[in-house]
Design a protein around this ligand. Structure first.
Ligand code: MCN
Length: 769
């Protein structure tokens, strides 16, 4: 039987989505549905003197207008410590533009929006701090005065490695900025709630419905069995839909109060100030190296902007950067530390890669800088520093254990796909011909941390666990339903999980469907983030399917009057070893399994659950190369080609894997060239529409070549590592390295993202060179 794992199967989920038959939260039409709108702060930092909702109540169609005072006893959204907690609706202080202050409910969205516009908020403005520099300045205004500082969390460097840096034959410094990014999913945040006489149903555009149910239970004091959370089709999340949002609980409370279902759909401009944002990290990096370009010591001092309120995972971001700071290189001494800082801006949290792209950017820019300083080939510097393939499992400076990898193999494969020598000749020729654009070649050899992650680690991040669950249910006709605890939002899980189960069970891929995202249907699960669904959820599916097969074997053995261990399974049939005529088709076995009168003492049905808690994270890696052209007159960067060699261990589906890489790389290109959330010095956001926040379209994304090397992970029996964040982790530095490479003969050694034409043009002295 050919294996389904590894087959490039088209996605099961696409037919519905392609013909507009997806079901998103906003497609819900419930009888008597009301619509909620927020009144959001227009001030970045202010005391609230008063909120007057009376004018809203006079707007036709408005049925309610409420402030925090109307929700007595509603706990806060939480925070790392009680004094830093964020309320669901602002009580006395607002700390970023967009923070919700009041809610208005209308018979339709328009009435609710008109009502929200009519609410009068009396602000007493406080001085804002809208950047790390401003927040850390002497005498800076404080967001939480009781704390006495805007630094909300830190890990100081135990040893700053100054002695090693001073002793190194060469040393260099870089200040690297990972600008703030907006997740900007196609579907903004959305929630709807229907609170009946006993039970509450919440539809939420989220990545982890079971976690949303648990939080609702805590906040509402309601047991989980009376709460059902449904994540229907979710139009992208990119990590930001793993965050908790006030709309999840406020729609529920409003539904209870008004006795009708209530829905909320964020507008795009609200999304650009309300949904948690990503990156926003500044790294001061020092490196010491020898004459051959070997890295001897690395120091990274990390500053993380966490926005107006510190979320638990936001302070985890720089921690992940620390873990991954040395990338795929053997560095004898690594010193890292961070400070997480609050500013009067939208809160920052997980965004595709969450702290690891920042680490990868850091080390990959450093490697190129070393090559530049020594006049060496950046490919060669990488090779000289790689952790060798026989060094795995490899313990990093912080004790994290890389599971497996062969970094040199990915780079070699990449080099087979490009003609580096030819490109270098072309680059030199272009430099001598002022009529032609400059050519740049950029490399990124990265390692990522995916497959989050053992319970021992994830419990520390405040999660229920790091395991994942799956249930395989065989129907009486032999078809199979998988119920999975992960919750996809674009990744193609229905396809991937069906492929895995089709390799275990004698059932065609087409006869396996997947149910996810509904706490009433699916057993307890953790959710989708940290590129965990393939390595952890996939293994759970494999095990559940294996257990279902064992049950079916028992049924078949009973029916065939043979011992279970004497049965063979092939071509959709159970046969008795040595007597191929004595056999039963899978569908007959499935059907008989439900006939209590025919299966003796066996329990009716075929259904099995498995929960998999991995022993470690997985560490996907790869080598990417980007070719760019830089216009000498305008500084405009054009991407000519992008080549990605990824090692995610066993590739479950090359087609969806390619989609994941392309999507992630597109986000990385977006960071390198286009996207940046911008605030004025006084805390006003300037990028509140997609006219100012430049999400690239397909037209800006170049030709892709994708290939794989395969170093299976030992952490699961599939050998699969997580892949969903690799592209976003690898790409920014591939692009930046390419542009710096194009300009290196002009003495350019670094450029800050995004590489706008203006920035590049200035680096070329306004096109003078
Ligand atoms: N895959 C594979 N072989 C592997 C690993 C993965 O074929 N060894 C393929 C499978 O098709 C699988 C997909 O890649 O469905 C992603 O698997 P995995 O790496 O386990 O990642 P998750 O499914 O857990 O997805 C999370 C990850 C994260 S953290 C973000 S952020 C992200 C992403 O995936 N956000 C996305 N991909 C996204 N894709 C879309 N369209 N939209 C988002 O919001």
């Amino acid at each position: 039987m050919t294996s389904m794992v590894g087959a490039a199967v088209v996605r099961k989920e696409d037919p519905n989505l392609l013909v507009g038959r997806g079901t998103y939260v906003d497609n819900l039409q419930l009888p008597g549905l009301l619509h909620m709108a927020f009144v959001r702060s227009v001030q970045p930092h202010a005391r609230l003197r008063g909120v007057d909702v009376s004018a809203a109540l006079a707007v036709p169609g408005v049925v309610a207008a409420l402030t925090a005072a109307d929700f007595p006893g509603l706990p806060s959204m939480g925070g790392p410590q009680p004094s830093l907690e964020r309320p669901h609706l602002a009580t006395d202080t607002v700390r970023f533009v967009g923070e919700p202050i009041a809610v208005v409910v209308g018979r339709d969205r328009y009435a609710a929006a008109d009502g929200a516009a009519a609410v009068q908020v009396d602000y007493d403005p406080l001085p804002p701090v809208a950047s790390l520099d401003a927040a850390l300045a002497e005498g800076a205004p404080l967001l939480f005065p009781d704390l006495g500082t805007n630094v909300v969390s830190q890990v100081p460097m135990a040893d700053d490695a100054e002695a090693e840096l001073a002793a190194a034959p060469h040393r260099a410094h870089l200040r690297l900025v990972n600008q703030r990014l907006a997740a900007a999913p196609m579907e903004p945040s959305a929630a709807a709630a229907d609170w009946g006489p006993t039970d509450l149903t919440v539809w939420a555009s989220c990545q982890a419905p079971h976690a949303v149910r648990a939080r609702l239970g805590e906040l509402l004091g309601k047991p989980s069995h009376e709460i059902r959370v449904i994540a229907p089709d979710v139009g992208g999340g990119f990590g930001a839909k793993a965050s908790w949002y006030p709309e999840f609980v406020l729609t529920a409370l409003l539904s209870k109060r008004l006795g009708r279902p209530v829905k909320y759909l964020e507008t795009r401009s609200e999304n650009m100030v309300s949904m948690t944002q990503g990156r926003d990290q500044v790294d001061e990096v020092d490196v010491g190296f020898d004459d051959e370009g070997r890295i001897l010591v690395l120091r990274a001092d990390i500053l993380q902007d966490v926005g107006g309120y510190p979320y638990g995972d936001a302070v985890g971001l720089p921690f992940l950067t620390m873990i991954m700071a040395a990338g795929c290189y053997r560095v004898p001494k690594v010193a890292t530390g961070f400070r997480a800082v609050v500013t009067n801006t939208t809160p920052v949290s997980s965004y595709r890669g969450a702290g690891r792209p920042e680490g990868s950017y850091l080390i990959e820019r450093v490697v190129d800088l070393i090559a530049d300083e020594l006049g060496l080939d950046p490919v060669e510097v990488r090779r000289r520093n790689f952790i060798p393939r026989d060094a795995f499992p490899y313990a990093t400076h912080l004790g994290t254990e890389y599971d497996s990898g062969d970094y040199a193999a990915s780079l070699s494969k990449l080099l087979e796909m490009i003609d580096l020598e030819g490109l270098r000749r072309e680059q030199a020729a272009r430099r001598d011909d002022a009529s032609r654009p400059l050519l740049g070649i950029g490399f990124s050899t990265f390692v990522e941390m995916g497959g989050f992650g053992p319970s021992s680690l994830m419990e520390g991040f405040g999660l229920l666990g790091g395991w994942e669950s799956a249930r395989a249910r065989v129907n009486p006709d032999g078809s199979v339903v998988l119920l999975v605890g992960t919750s996809p939002h674009g990744q193609g899980h229905e396809t991937m999980f069906a492929q895995i189960a089709a390799d275990v069970l004698p059932v065609p891929f087409e006869q396996i469907s997947v149910v996810h995202g509904d706490t009433a249907a699916v057993q307890e699960g953790i959710g989708t983030f940290g590129s965990r669904s393939a390595p952890i959820g996939g293994e759970a599916v494999k095990r559940a399917a294996g257990r279902a097969l064992e049950k079916a074997r028992q049924v078949a053995a009973h029916l065939l009057e043979a011992a279970p261990e004497d049965l063979e399974v092939s071509d959709g049939r159970f046969t008795v070893r040595g007597s191929p005529d004595r056999g039963l088709d899978w569908s007959e076995v499935a059907n008989k399994a439900y006939r209590a009168t025919q299966i003796g003492d066996l329990e009716v049905g075929i259904e099995a659950t498995a929960v998999f808690d991995p022993p470690n994270n997985t560490f996907p890696s790869g080598a990417h190369c980007c070719l760019v052209e830089v216009d000498r007159e305008t500084g405009r960067v054009t991407l000519l080609r992008y080549v990605a060699v990824d090692d995610c261990g066993t590739v479950i589906n090359p087609l969806t894997a390619k989609g994941q890489i392309m999507g992630g790389v597109a986000q990385g290109i977006a960071q390198a060239l286009y996207e940046k959330v911008v605030y004025t010095e006084d805390g006003q956001p300037l990028t509140t529409t997609l006219a100012e926040y430049l999400v690239p379209s397909a037209a800006e994304i170049p030709r892709f070549d994708v290939a794989h090397t395969v170093t299976p992970t030992p952490t699961n029996s599939l050998g699969a590592k997580g892949l969903g964040e690799s592209g976003a982790t690898a790409a920014p530095q591939a692009v930046v390295n390419a542009v710096v490479d194009a300009l290196s003969h002009l003495g350019v050694r670094d450029l800050e993202m995004p590489l706008t034409p203006e920035r590049v043009w200035r680096a070329m002295d306004g096109g003078a060179r």
